[in-house]
Design a protein around this ligand. Sequence first.
Ligand code: B12
Ligand code: SF4
Ligand code: SF4
Length: 306
Amino acid sequence: MNEIKHRATALGFAATGIARLDKNPHAAELDRWLAAGHAGTMTYLNRQAAKRKDPRTIMAGAKAAVVTLTNYFHGSADPGPSAQGSGKVAQYAWSSDYHGVLGERLEQLAAEIRLLVPGSQTRCYVDAGPVPERELAQLAGLGWIGKNMMLIHPEIGSFTFIGVVLTDADLEPDLPFDADRCGTCRRCLDACPTQAFVGPRDLDARACISYLTIEHRGEFSVLQASQVGEWIFGCDVCQDVCPWNVSFAQATADPDFAARVEVAEPDIEALAAMDEQEFERRYAGTPFTRPGHRGMRRNARVALDR
Ligand code: B12
Ligand code: SF4
Ligand code: SF4
């Protein structure tokens, strides 16, 4: 369905592919990952497992997934230490909350699909929802799953958001991206500051800085605090070192993803002392609302104590 892809490009998506919905061929990997406890306190992943293992059950009659990538890269990979007085924030969080921006764009794409296939139904997902997004992106031909578990597009790299429109329209699927272009490389596994990878494509989220700074509630142990280091929201190390990003990632020119200095380079001294009202005023509508006032104050204090 080339017309859908043309319309997706016009809406600002960097790449689009179509996957036929079927049983998830890597359901066993998900089961093993959950059984090993690698999801930590993200218990919603256990509750959603049945749907992730068979995405046809997410929406009645769903036959296909239109999968999109949106580039959020802001500049050269591995930018070095954070600016003076500021903690490090993962690049995907440097702008306004992507859930809102992409949610609207996906709704526009869904409306186009319903126009092209009259009578069809659609449902949009980005990040929140029981959708195995990386798996569907690989099946839709958009790239391979790297050893760092990221979906890597061969011409764009991995600094991308995945957005999905499920539909009951009978769309012609793309071929899956079956090659594994990691080869013998293992830079991401070796560079992870917390050794969070148990093996290739197997991440113990409990040790991942992204999980610790965003999902973990309560204080950090002494070990966790030392591992988190300068990062106060997310972590980019396993993507910064990836040769596919070093060679191919291009900075986005999309105004909806323009970096906001108060998120990209937050003043950690101010953040560590900030009251809840001020936090709401400054950070409403940004990704910082996920860990919230408490979580971000904890992260800033730990970064200050280094
Ligand atoms: C929970 C979650 C996390 C957790 C756990 C991460 C993890 N590795 O699973 C935490 C909080 C740690 C996290 C961190 C990050 N996340 Co996150 N996260 C998710 C979420 C909500 C679910 C992922 C999940 O189900 N994990 C469980 C594992 C087992 O499943 P999976 O990742 O889908 O992996 C499947 C494949 O790997 C497949 N598989 C296994 N072996 C093989 C082998 C082959 C050959 C193939 C083809 C497939 C395959 O089986 C698995 C099960 O189906 C998704 C959104 C979504 N709805 O899917 C976003 C998502 C994966 N995250 C995303 C991002 C951006 C990040 C961060 C980069 C953010 C940051 N900078 O801090 C980091 C990256 C950490 C990393 N290296 O994975 C993006 C990834 C985009 C991309 N291009 O890949 C997603 C898709 C959100 C989005 N809509 O854009 N995240
Ligand atoms: S995001 Fe950071 S801590 Fe998490 S796996 Fe990648 S390098 Fe390790
Ligand atoms: S750093 Fe190397 S092993 Fe890791 S995802 Fe990139 S190419 Fe694959």
